[in-house]
Structures are given as structure tokens and as C-alpha cells.
Design a protein around this ligand. Sequence first.
Ligand SMILES: Cc1ncc(COP(=O)(O)O)c(C=O)c1O
Length: 1009
Amino acid sequence: MSFDETRISAKEAAKILKTIYNLEGEITLLNGEVDFNYEVLSANSEKYLLKISRPNFEQEYIDYQIDLLKHINKNSNIELPKIIYTNDNKKSSIFRDRYGKKRSVRLMSWIDGRLWSSVNPITETLRFELGQMSSQITKALENFKNSYADRKIEWDISRSLWIENHLDKFDTKKNKILKKFINDFKDNLKEYVKLEKSVIHNDINDNNIIVTKDLLNPRVKSIIDFGDSVYSHTINDLAITCSYGIMNLNDPLSGCLDIVRGYNKNRKIKDNELKLLYNLIAMRLAISVTKSAINRYNEPDNKYLFISEKSAWNLINKWDGINAEFAYYSFRKACSMDGHPNKKKFIRWAKKSNFSIKDLLPDINKSKLYNLDLSIGSKWLGSRREIEDLDFFQYKIENLQKKFPDQVISGGYLEPRPIYTSSSYEKDGNNGEESRTIHLGLDFWVPEGTRVGCIYDGEIVSAVNDEGNKEYGGLVIVKHKFQDYEFFSLYGHNKVSSVLKNKIGSKVRRGQIIAEVANYPENGNWATHLHFQIMHSMLDFKIDFPGVCYSNQKDVWEDICPDPNILLKNKTLSPKKKQTKKEIINYRKQHIGRSLKLHYENPLRIVRGDGVYLIDDQGRKYLDTVNNVAHVGHENEDVISEGRSQMSVLNTNSRYLHDSINHLTKELLGTVPKSLSVVHYVNSGSEANELAIRMMKAHTGNNDIVVAQHGYHGNTNVCVDISSYKFDGKGGNGAPKNTHVIRIPNKFNREHKGSKINDRYVNEIKNKINKIMKSKGGLGGFIIEPIISCGGQIELPRGFLKKAYNVIRKNGGICISDEVQVGCGRIGKSFWGFQAHNVIPDIITIGKPLGNGHPIGAVICTKEIAESFANGMEFFNTFGGNPVSCSIALEVIKTVKSKKLQENARTIGTYLKNELIKLSKEFKIIADVRGEGLFLGIEFLDSKKNPLSIEAKYIVNRLKDFGILSNVDGPFNNVIKIKPPMIFNKSNCQSFLKYLKIVLKEDFVSKSF
Ligand SMILES: Cc1ncc(COP(=O)(O)O)c(C=O)c1O
């Protein structure tokens, strides 16, 4: 009988429902492999699940499922479907279909929620909860007995060897993978049959897991459909849960660990179960793809059967790439066991041993060790250029050695290092790109040619030139035995000739010379040192072994590669305890002003900047799309170098003659119209605006100023008084007497539309001026940004500034352009924001970008204003214009020019803006994409044009999870600002767009429109 012939339409189902349950309502056919399932929405808004069996069902099977549900309902507090009794008070009923075949009918209460398969994103928390839910089911079924459960079904992993007969249905590559899993299963059988058994659900797949409807904080609510449950090995349920719960992940093992952790909370998983888990997951997937292959012939019209086939194969391929032994150790660690079973035994043995550094480095007659900090934020390490300059690195090591002649420079076990954060060490994890940063060995920075002794008696298992891998150069690995266990020691970065003298399989004794330390490039291109590492296992590595690992796998690698210092027992080398994030936060809470906010719900501990990236203490790289202070790139080498050189020669105030202040002034004046010819230096944007207002008062004799709504100009008294963003915002007291706020002249404004838009806003200015004149009679001026940043990257309408400046000047005021955010080439089409509006201000204020992170600001004004300001009162600024600041700023401007960064802002900014506009067609919540160059804004509104601030915050937080830093702003906090370092390139844009798109598809965002 074909699938179509057995199908019962929704209309027929409605009739059946009425007859058997006296219920009427809307009926929708759902997916289902065995039964036909229908969602029923009754007239009184109650929901039910109607199940109609296929023909030739077994009543015993129906009763079994009903019993099972009852048992779990009694033995757990999981919300599960409850059986609805028929008109004649039965748990199920029978009817005959149009072919006269008997069909069973059951009705159950509906579990409200969403299917796991429809939930996006599946987070770590959800996977953890899924694990917990799965084990709750295991627990609830512990004592369930029913002879029907002993049935044989193909989905039972314990009986999975039937798939062997179908291997011919797969191509060679697939066949080979499946065969490998099948052979491993056979090899494990002896152990497997000994594992605990119970009745299990046996089908915790993504269409049987119910998640709550809460889109922001979803929870796993229930597991449904016990139709496949059997008496089998208990651990199978976890294997099945995992095999579906990790579908479509870049890093399935990591996803699996979330589930295992959750499962272990309610039911402690035994070591012998964990040992087989990797293979059992593989076997469930193998059953699934075999079933799909078979079903293709039998029921080609039943699409439900093929849904997961592609994903399953993707997962099988990835799973095949994971080492089974490593997975086992990872599972152990996830269950709070030692990752490697020998961990404690090794520590006990090593602690009792009498090894010392002399065994390893017999030429080095020193017992003291100097622990060198090469961690991500190490100041000794310096910038990336310094790290990558091997000659310089070597020179620094040798200098350090001279300073501490009686100590061996060493260290680095479990140290997160920036050395490995380059893209060649990266992979796509479940949350964006991940880098291998954690160093697993101990380094000894000893001279070239230093002889290396074997730490303990053993047998050479590898002696190779590892240059091809660029990891170690000359590498030796020795296998050792202690009591009845084995471990391995690894010696890397040696002379190839010295290493190749060792014969594979030959015995070596403790202290026997097995290598000589090499210089670069022979040693794999590192400064001269020995890398010494201990491993409990070689996993499936044959001739080499990783010396670094991903930080999210640190805990398990730590147990596979124990601290080599356990053998050497030198206290200096114990990894230093650093303050935890929690401790830092707590201290800040107590002693740093509360109004100083931290970014993100879970704040980041950033310890290094590198171009477009900020890097946290574990080496996680975050693409910075928001920091316009690091104008020419975080820790730009040339800028650092200028600042450092000047700092080592002179830094004093500007009352002495020094070239730097003049050079910078000349450079700055070269970028502005001739009328702006006098510069004053300060230390921040706020100070620049503060000074500009003083100048305004000095020049016009008036205090009254016109400002834009939502404008921000700084944190000092006067700056707050002219910043609507502050005085109209939280904690503010509204506009002070002398400040006159005009509504924001907004190209995207919903109030003022049409060609008269400029006149309307200029009229607002006129009205304000009239008011000023009426009350006191004197206008000081007008301050505005060329694109209003805190207002949400608001572009001023073309022509507005020209008209506004005219009105202000006609009434005796001066015009100040706040270029703190947009200056120095950021908007691409011009060096300063005002130039894009074809106006010339009387004063421009500069801050953020000028120092690339170093505090410097500047005020450029007309000769006339400068003269009015110089009324006899000296302007002294202790730090403003000092040689270090000026050298730095000069280098910043030069870099913008020499690296053509203004042009880059224009081309890359245009590319990004266009891509975002394209995205806005697909994702309706993007109501506007605006801005110029690398100063863009994305505004989020719902279908009724309400601001979506929670959604914008969600997007920013989720982007952070994927390694992208962004921020929201605007009066409703619904605009994502994009203002990255000006070296941002196309590939950076693509990363940002890729993850933005992923997040825009997530339920909380996609369902908000
Ligand atoms: C437009 C504008 N002006 C002035 C300032 C104040 O600059 P600073 O924080 O360097 O004092 C800011 C700071 O965000 C700003 O955005």
C-alpha cells in the first residue's frame, strides 16, 4: 500500500474526531513517520494531538505507549501529553478506513510550544537543558516494566548491525565511513552489552523536542512521541539526543558536550558508557542515513523521511573527523571527571620522582627559572610587529638573559598567547571564528645548540623534521612507562640533524641526549627555544602532536597534556593566578563610579588591540566595528613607535619651542580652509568643545547657543549643558536657560518630509534666535555635528547647514562644527564632515581619532576668534600640545594620508552601505541604512514604525557572541552604529554581514516585524 493510500486527510480526521470524541475544530496534518498526526484546535480554543495509526497496527503497541505516558506523568514533573478518553470512556478507539482497514485513534492534550527543529538559535543553554530533559526521561522510566518494550526495532542502536547489509547503497566514500563506525561498534560490543539497560524513549529527535514559545529566553519544555521506545541500553537515549541536538553545528563535539553536561546533572553517566558514546552517536546517524537510503525506494513520496538526511551526512562527515579517544576524554571532562583517566596516577608518580631541569638541559648549570610572560596582554611581548620580528624577539630574550644570568628563561604552560591568533590558527566554531591560543608545553629560551636530554627512560616514537607543519622544526617524541601506564614526552624546535640521529623504536635512557636546540628558521620559525610537553596519549597523531589548543577545549587538553613542571617541580613556573572576571567586576562595582557603564551583559576582558581586532585574555579575537578612536587601527605600529620614541626623549608642556607642535599644526591646517588658521591643543573632545564655547563667549560676548536635539558634545559642565543627549536623557534636568534646542534635522525624519525640510528646520533656528533676542538680545552661536552620532548616525539634509550658518551669522553668532566623531577622513568623501556640506565653520573641534587612542584634542578657529580669545588671560593646558601627543597625532594624520584611509572609508563604506541596503530588502526590520563612509547607522523599526530597541540590543549582544563588536545608540537605542578603524576592509565587512544575517534570522529578531 502506498503512502498516499494510507494517508487520512484533515477532513476525514475531523469526521473521526467528531464521531469518537464528539469534538469539532480546526485540523492540521503534521509530520510523523509511523502515525498520522493532527493538530486539533477545538471550538473552545483547547488544543489536542490526534493520532491515527497506519493499517495493521498492534493494539498492544497502542496500549504500551499509553501506559508509558502514564508512568512518566506519574514519575516526573515533565509536562507531557495526557490521554483524552473517548465518548465511551476508552483510552483509544478503532475505526475502519476507506479500504476497510482497521485504524487506531488516540487523542492527547497538546503541549504548547515550538518544535526544536523550528527554533533559532539553538544556544548552549538550550542544548544543556535538552541534556537535562533527556536524563529526566531516563530517570522517570527507570522502573518502567512492560514486556512489549522488548520488541525489535531498526532504530534501536543496540540492534544496529542490520545496516551492514545495506552498505552497497552508498558511494565508496560514505561506505568507508559507515564501515569504520560499524567495525568500531563490533569491536566495542563486548563492553557495550555489559552496559545498564532500561526502557528508553529512543527517538529524542528535533521534531520530538518541545521548546517554550519565549523567543528571548527559550527553555526546553517537553519531549513527545514515545512511539519508538524500547528496552535497550540506557545510554542510547543520550546518544540519540546528541545525534539530533548537534545537527548543523560547525563544531559538533562542543555542542555535544553541552548536552552531555546537562544529561549528567540528573543521571551520572558512567565511564564505560562515555567510552562508547562517540561510536553510539555515529551508529544512530548511520541508522538514520541507511533508513533514508532504503526509504527512497519504498516511499519516494514521503518527504518527511528525507528531511534530516543531508544534515545527517554533514554531521557524519564532521564526526568522522573527530578523534574518538579525544571525544571520550572530552565527555569525561564534561561530566566533571579527569579528562584523562591516568591524570591523578601520573601526578602521584611524578610528584614522588626526582627529575630536575638538569635531566632535560644538562648544559644549563642553573636551577632557578625565570617565568617569562608571553600571554595575550604581555607588555614584554609588545606589539604584533615586535612579536613577528624574530631578530628583535631573540635580541630581547638575550637581553633578558643578561639581566638574569643565573636563571633559565622559561614558562608558558596553558598560557593563552597572541602568537597564535593569526588566521592560520583559526577555525569556524559554533560561535564564530576561534583561534588556537593555549600553549600546552613548557618553553625554555636557551641558546642555539643547547643539548636536550630525555626526561626519563623510554622508547623513541617519533624523530622528524616537522618543518612542513611549521610547528616544531626538529621534533622528538618518546614513549615512557611508569608502573603499568604510559606517557609521552615531546621535544620541539630542535636541529633537524640532531633529531634524525634517533632511531624510531630505539630505547633511550633518562638524561640521554636526543636533540640540540635550533635557531630559526630551522626550528619552525621561532626564536630559539626548546618546547617540552608531556602527553598521556598520542590520540591518533603519529609523528607530531599539537602544541597549542583552542581555548574552549583548554580543560580537556590540560588533562591530556599535564603540566611538565609537575616533573621539574619549580614553583616559579606554576601558572600564575589571575584575577577572575567576577573579581574585577566586583572591585569595579565597589570602587569605580557606578555611572561608568560596562559594555555587554557579560563584559569582555580585552587585553590587546591589533588592527581591526580587540583580543580578550584567552585570545578570542573580536572584530571591532564601532571604535572610531582607533582611527588607523588598534595599536598601529607606526603611531606607537612615534609616541614611544618621543616619550623616551622628551615630554613636557608646550611652553618650550619644539618642532612637533608646529609640524602637527601645519599638517592639520593643510586639511582645512585658509580662514581656519589658528590651533589650540587640548586633551579630549570635551576639552575641545569646552574651549570652543569659551571662545564663542569671548568673541561674541554672548552665552546663548543653539544646539541640536540628541546632540552630544562632551562630559564637562559646559559640554553637558549644550548636550541634549545628556540633559534631555536619563538623569538630566532639561535644557539650561542659555541652551536652545532645535529638533533634529533628519533626512529620515518622520515629522518633516518633502523639499521644504531645510526651511522648516532653519525656521526652528530663527524662532530660537527670536526668543533669545526678545529675552536678552545676544546670540553666541550654533554647535552641531555634520552627522549626529549619538542621535543615531543622523545625516543632515543637503543644504541645511548652509542655510543654518547664514541665519546664525546674520544674527551675530558663530558656527562650531563638532568633528570629534566624524573627522580625519572618516566620512570618505571629505577629510572633515563640514566639507561635505559646503560650509566653512568658524571653529572646528577635534578629538577621538587624532591620537588613535592617545588623549589629544584640538580646536581650530579663525584668526579673529583667536584674537578675541587672547584677551590677556593666559590659556595654559598642562598636557595639551606636548611633544608626545603631537608626534602621535602627526603620525595619525600622515597614516591616514599615506595609507589612503579616507579613500578606503569611501570605497569600503559605500560597499558596506550598499550591502546593508540589500539586507534591508530581505529583513524588513531594517528601516534605514544611513551615513557616509565608515560612519554608518542601521535603524530597526517594527511594521508600525515603532523603534525596536530590545531587538537592537539583542543583535549587538548576539554579534558579540560571534566575535563582532558593535553598539547601539539613538534616542530610542534602536540604531546600530558602524564606525570601525579606518583600515576596515572588504573581508571584515563580509564577516560582519555574515553574522549580522545569521542574527537577523534568529527568532527573536525575525518575528519582531
Ligand atoms: C560628538 C562628540 N563630541 C565630543 C565628545 C567628547 O569627547 P571626549 O569623550 O573625548 O571628551 C564626544 C564623545 O563621545 C562626541 O561624540
